[in-house]
Design a protein around this ligand. Structure first.
Ligand code: COA
Ligand code: MG
Length: 306
């Protein structure tokens, strides 16, 4: 699968931003019909993103569309109108506020019909956004609901509202968390989402960070998500892309260490009893599997020779 380190959310009614997004370095562009689009622009936003999808020069980026939640009057037409018109160029649909597996079944059935009718031969994938208490409670069955699922993402602002927790910043998207909780306030939901995703072969993507003027704080929030097993993070501003791409890429030091471990394991070969030592540190087959993962990721990103 192509990398999904940074997922840039772009408001559906802002064609200028969509052009900028296409020229930028985000791995995934998510054209948004939901919360960044005001109610009076919901219908025009569908037309604007359809045109952008079909005529933009996306330079091989993964393209996603976030529809409105299924309990709104917009969602069913978001799906039908946008997928009928541009489905062949859409990689995945993001459903916000997924509450249970039925939401995924609904979208998957609708996509089956549209793909048959419009002769779209590549199956459009699905990302489920887990951002309510109900969604988190059902996360395993959501992750197992359909073959089309490719990722689960965490929505921090709506999750905060859903569980009635305190708002600690102006934007509500992950800033100033350390001021209210000694540790990582969202450790449990993120880890729970990561576990459900990884148990079912899906990617886990962290929520965006709302303060786009705070690069250090963004970097540490992204590093925390990476430490918990996330594969990438949503971003809301072009200035956040490079930071997030870097955090979710192996560093030269990590690549060097992975090579050292793989070489040591190779040299030990079948004479090894399973564990060996480098500079007084034990490496075993579990270490080798970790190193292989880093090496594969570096290869996919073109950071080492194939
Ligand atoms: N995608 C593409 N381009 C974007 C962008 C985005 N998400 N956010 C900002 N830009 C562009 C601006 O249009 C501007 O372009 P220009 O230099 O060609 O004029 C440039 O980046 C700098 O933007 P800036 O002036 O710093 O910010 P702004 O005031 O225009 O926008 C926000 C700030 C928060 C309104 C904007 O970043 C945004 O709408 N982000 C997405 C919000 C979203 O999708 N929310 C839902 C998901 S949680
Ligand atoms: Mg949300």
């Amino acid at each position: 699968m192509k990398p999904s380190r940074s997922v840039l959310s772009v408001p559906g009614h802002m064609d200028k931003m969509q052009k900028k997004a296409a020229a930028g370095a985000a791995d995934v562009i998510m054209l948004d019909l939901e919360d960044s689009v005001p109610a009076d622009k919901k219908l025009i936003a569908r037309q604007i993103i359809t045109k952008a999808i079909l005529t933009g020069d996306w330079k091989g980026k993964t393209l996603a569309v976030r529809i409105n939640p299924l309990d709104t009057p917009f969602a069913y037409e978001d799906i039908i109108q946008v997928v009928e018109a541009a489905g062949q160029a859409i990689d995945f649909i993001v459903i916000p506020k997924v509450a249970h597996a039925g939401d995924i079944h609904f979208l998957a059935r609708l996509l089956n019909g549209i793909e048959m009718r419009k002769k779209i031969y590549s199956k459009i994938a699905i990302e489920a956004s887990i951002e309510t208490a109900a969604g988190l409670e059902q996360v395993t069955s959501i992750a197992q609901a359909d073959q089309r699922l490719r990722s689960l993402s965490f929505g921090v602002a709506d999750y905060t509202t859903s569980i009635g927790a305190k708002l600690v910043s102006l934007s509500g998207h992950g800033e100033n968390e350390e001021e209210i909780y000694p540790g990582h306030r969202w450790h449990y939901p993120i880890s729970r989402i990561v576990m459900a995703a990884k148990a079912n072969g899906l990617l886990a993507i962290d929520a965006p960070f709302g303060n786009f003027k705070a690069p250090k704080a963004l970097e540490s929030a992204a590093a925390m998500a990476a430490a918990l097993g996330c594969d990438g993070k949503w971003v809301i501003h072009p200035d956040q892309i490079e930071i997030v791409n870097k955090v979710f890429s192996p560093t030269p030091e990590e690549i060097r260490r992975a090579k050292q471990i793989l070489d040591a394991v190779k040299t030990a070969g079948s004479s090894s009893q399973g564990a060996t030592a480098i500079n007084g540190q034990m490496i075993d087959l579990a270490t080798a599997r970790l190193a292989e993962k880093v090496w594969d990721q570096a290869r996919q990103l073109g950071l080492v020779e194939k």
